[in-house]
Design a protein around this ligand. Sequence first.
Ligand code: C2E
Ligand code: MG
Ligand code: MG
Ligand code: MG
Length: 279
Amino acid sequence: KAKNGGRRQVSFFETSLENSVVEQNWLKNALREALDKDEIVPHFQPIVDLSTRETIGFEALARWTHAERGAIGPSDFIPVAEQCGLVSALGERILRKAAAVARHWPSHIMLSVNLSPAQLRDPQLALKIIAILGEAEFPPSRLEVEITENALIADLETARDTLVKLRAAGITIALDDFGTGHSTMQHLTACRFDKLKIDQRFIRTLTASDESQAIVDAILGLSERFGIRCTAEGIEDLGDAEILFRRGCREGQGYLFGKPSQNTEFCKSTTELGRMRLA
Ligand code: C2E
Ligand code: MG
Ligand code: MG
Ligand code: MG
């Protein structure tokens, strides 16, 4: 009996392993094709001022709709793109497309893009970004790049050099998913950041967990002491927005204000939510 169960487990494991290898290979090939066919595009999610509810910027988030498979999320294809060396090409493509859209926005609206760890290992990254902005006629002062703490681990020297160059060009640097990476505090002193983005897992559990509230308070305190801005990610209801605002958080992002979308509806989010003032 036990033997049977054991065998079944082994074969199940082998099957799922095989599936995942097949799946990864399928993804790799499909991703190459998607890049050739230019099928991956940025969608935009508003970032709002929590006191006025006005949209102050949009984060570009990569979206891929496969002809047969339908929507494939970035959490599935970005890691694959990293593995097969396609993430830099993909990142440049997203930046170019996003800047082409964002240059038509009102000039106070910022554009945020995500940079992957592999991109930050490229010593030419800052030059590439600045060149793309030049071609798109998009001012560097309106661009924010979001990096994760994990992007600083592999090659801190190269990453730091890139961030210094980007800042010198007027680009804003945000530390994304803050509180979930490795050796958080060290990174805060190793590089200069303009903004911390509190990871959505702390926001999701905000009302249910005293620990999450303590962590959020600590991050807000840190950002105040460092004199840098702070954005809360993943705000889904008004209650969370109110708690965050009362605790001193001034910027927010989440489904409450708008989902990522191909049309940038900053006017809608401003007028509809603008009336719901926070206490
Ligand atoms: P991220 O940069 O932390 O982006 C925020 C993620 O949270 C997005 O997921 C967004 O759709 C989702 N989100 C925003 N508000 C809410 C909310 O209220 N509730 C919930 N449940 N989710 C919310 P998405 O678009 O699936 O992207 C996942 C991750 O993939 C991003 O996390 C980012 O790390 C990466 N990514 C996306 N686009 C790009 C890209 O162009 N380049 C790179 N390198 N990474 C990207
Ligand atoms: Mg991000
Ligand atoms: Mg994030
Ligand atoms: Mg995240």
